[in-house]
Every structure is written in C-alpha cells, then in structure tokens.
Design a protein around this ligand. Sequence first.
Ligand SMILES: [Zn+2]
Length: 496
Amino acid sequence: MNLLTDAWIPIQQQGSYQKITLQQLLCGEQSGELCLPRNDMELACLQLLCAITQVLFTPKNKKELGQYIQQPMTAQDYVEVSRGKMSWFDLNHAKTPFMQIRGVKSTQPTGMDKLLAGVADGTNKAFVNPQGLGEVLCGGCAAIALFNAANNCPSMGGGFKGSLRGSTPITILIRGKELRQTIWLNVLTEETAEAAMPWYQNTKNQLPNYLDTVKADAKIAASAIGLNRGLLWQPAHFELLPPKTSGCCSCCGCIEPVYDGFNKAKFNYTVEGVWPHPLSARIFTVKKGEKEEKFPSFTTTAPTWTHLSRLVVDQQTDKEGQQTAPVIQQARTFMASDKIQLIVGGYRNNQATILERRHELFSLAQGWATHGEVIHQIIAVGLAYKTALRKALYLFAVGIKDKVHGSGINLCESAETNYYQQTESLLHYSLAAVDYAAPSAALNAQNGKLKAMVTALFEQATEPYRQEPKMLKALALARRSLNKSLQELEPEGANT
Ligand SMILES: [Zn+2]
C-alpha cells in the first residue's frame, strides 16, 4: 500500500462514497469531502494529506502557491515528483515502511485499537466510539492512525516518547472551497518555512526519522529538525504486523487487506526546544530570562472559541506572548482581504486517557488579519459575562464571612456549562459577522444578548431557592454582585 499511488483517501460526493488516489485529488480528477466515521480520523487524514503534499511540492513563493490553489496540477508533474519519494510512503516497504521501524521486538503484539486514540482506555469509550472500532484496519486507516498517534495523541505510556508538539496539541487548518484547495492552503511556501524555521534551507534534504533513524539516547536540537523530517516525525518505534489478505476495516468498513496488530518498543532520546509546527500556534512565558514555549491544548471543558484569540492573534509582552501557526501567518499575507474559514481540532486528555475529541469550523469575517484586537475583545467579553455569572453564584453559595450566611449550594459548574451551551452560536456568529474595521455596533449587540442570557441563567439557577428564608440574604448578595458586574461590562457610553 503506497500512499502516493494507491486509492486510500475516503471521500464522499453527493452521497456516493469511494476511495481515491492523491494524484486524482491533486490533479482535479476527483473531489469530494473526506468521509470517515470519526472526526479525529478525518482531521488526521487531512493533516496527513497536507503533510504529504508539503513534502512533495513545496512552492517557492506566494505566486507559485497561488497557482497550485487555482489550478489542479498535471498528472505528469505529479508522477515526476512523487517517483522520488515512493520509499517514504509505502506502508509495507521491506526496509523503510511508512512511519515504522523494521525489526521492532516486543513480547506480544498490540491490538490496532491502541493505535486509535481513546478507544482502548477512555472511561467514556462506549459514548465516544462506536463499538468494535479498531479491531482490524485497512492500509489507509492504519496509515492515518499511525500518523495521528505520532502527531496528535498522548504517548503510549511510560518510556514511549510523545509527539514533537507535546501530548495533545490543538491543530489549526484553513478550509478552502473544496478539498484540493484546503490542502494547498495548508502548505507552506519556502518563504514562509524560512521565516518559521531559519534552518529550513540547510535541512531541506533531510529524510524522515523512519528512513534516517535517531540514535538511542541522542540529544536533538529542535532547530536541527527540518520541515519534512518534523512533519513526518515518528516519536516511537512501531511496526505493523504483516497484513491479512482480506477483511472488513473496523474504521472505514471497506473490504481490503487489513492489519490486526503491531509491535511497539520503548526508545529514548531527547528533543531540546520547541519545533515550530506549521499547523500549531505557540505560547510562551519568560521565566528568569528564559523563554519557555509550548503548544496550546484543550485542558478544560471550556469551548474552543475561548482559545481562538491565542490561535489567530499574535501578542507579545516582556513576560509572555503568543504566536499564531505559520500557516495562519502565511494566510495573512494573501488572504487578509477575505473572510477565512478555520478548522480547529484536538483532544482533551488526562495523561494517556482521551476525555474528549474536538473538530470544529470557525469563520472569521474580512478584516480578521489586521484586527486581532477585535477577536480578542469578542472572546474577552464572552468570558467576562461567564465570570460575572460564576462570581454571583459563588457568593450565593459561600456568602461573606461573619456577615452573610451562604446557602451552601454550589450552582457555579452547572451554570457555566449552560452558559457555554447557550452562547456558543452567538460567539461563532460574532466572529463571523463583525465588521472588523468598525466593530462597536456588533460588540454592543453581543453585549446586550450576553447580558440577557446571563440574567436569565441566574434567575433559572436560583429560582428553586427563592422561597427559602435562610437563603434570602445570600440571594440578595448574589444579585447585587451580578448587577454590579453587568454594569461594569456595559460598553462605554452605553448608559449616557
Ligand atoms: Zn479503513
């Protein structure tokens, strides 16, 4: 199974499902939407397509990238370039199988379900995943799962190295009008790559680490890892067992040769520093003069919009800062005058356990590239109303020491959940529809709606306790706090 020549890309168009080749996709012979039963596998499939395309055809500059976006490439161009990289993308290659190492020794093979994040050991696995998923995988799904485990998932546990981006990074991609365009919009030009990693030119002929292997206990500077090597970085030692002639893939459902297990072995090395992944924002803090960088991830149940500012807006002070993904930096230079659609995804984990999968679409109106402060403000206000509600309900629960006896009833968590549920579409709408050059009308409208929602949520939460004489003082205290907070959140000049 070679990812450059075989039909492994699962797509759906007008209700019909088929698997197509990368050549058919990039040459415009076939198109459609990616179609897999899990949103994380779809996202990983898209990431893999972008990585392969980046490795095969890095455009020199914006002009060349623009041509790729506009015009499907010719079959001749595809064949010529892909010929040289066949050994990188062959899942069963005798010496250098895709994202695997030959000769991995383990006492017993691991089931394919371990390769699918969250299936084997999530506490809510029955809820998250259809039953039976992960027993056997076809070549395409196995390749996607290997790539996903290497890039987006927590490591296999103690002694197994995790991805270059840490355990569960947030990934951000730009969405185009169709799949082919989406792929190109997430490919860096040489110019952008050089800006993101000044070592790009010196390292551009490097091989992936499953072809040119890392030595045990090596110390590797992130700045020694080139673009291709980093995109296809396999942090662990895995080797698929030979495929069975035919079976029904538990992920995509196709009857094809299938894999039913793999060997894994511990392997140690250290990567020093943070590798600037094209599809990830980075955040940093400065401690004792040292810059500490990391990739944002979903650490709480707060919805994805709460992270959007640090994903698309650059900010920097002496002590901390955030830098958007190279692919967004690049988009700013040629999509600034358009609206943009973003795909944002990742896992929320507790160590090796996946608690939640996210894969969402955001639209940002025209002006997004130059008015980061508006994005920041929309999100800050969205969070501030939530805080006002929580603060009031917290006072209702605990009161004020020696003055007001608290009710002892904590309504904060459920109210926060309700707040996030009810405001989700409003926040998406604000980001997609605001006039970034003159945002005050839209911001005022958003404030008004959030205020009404918070007031209603407060009344709804406290309604059952309104008749409790012992709680009346706590309730009055909470209401005063809410009114004061809401007053403070009024846009300037709104009351005059
Ligand atoms: Zn499959």
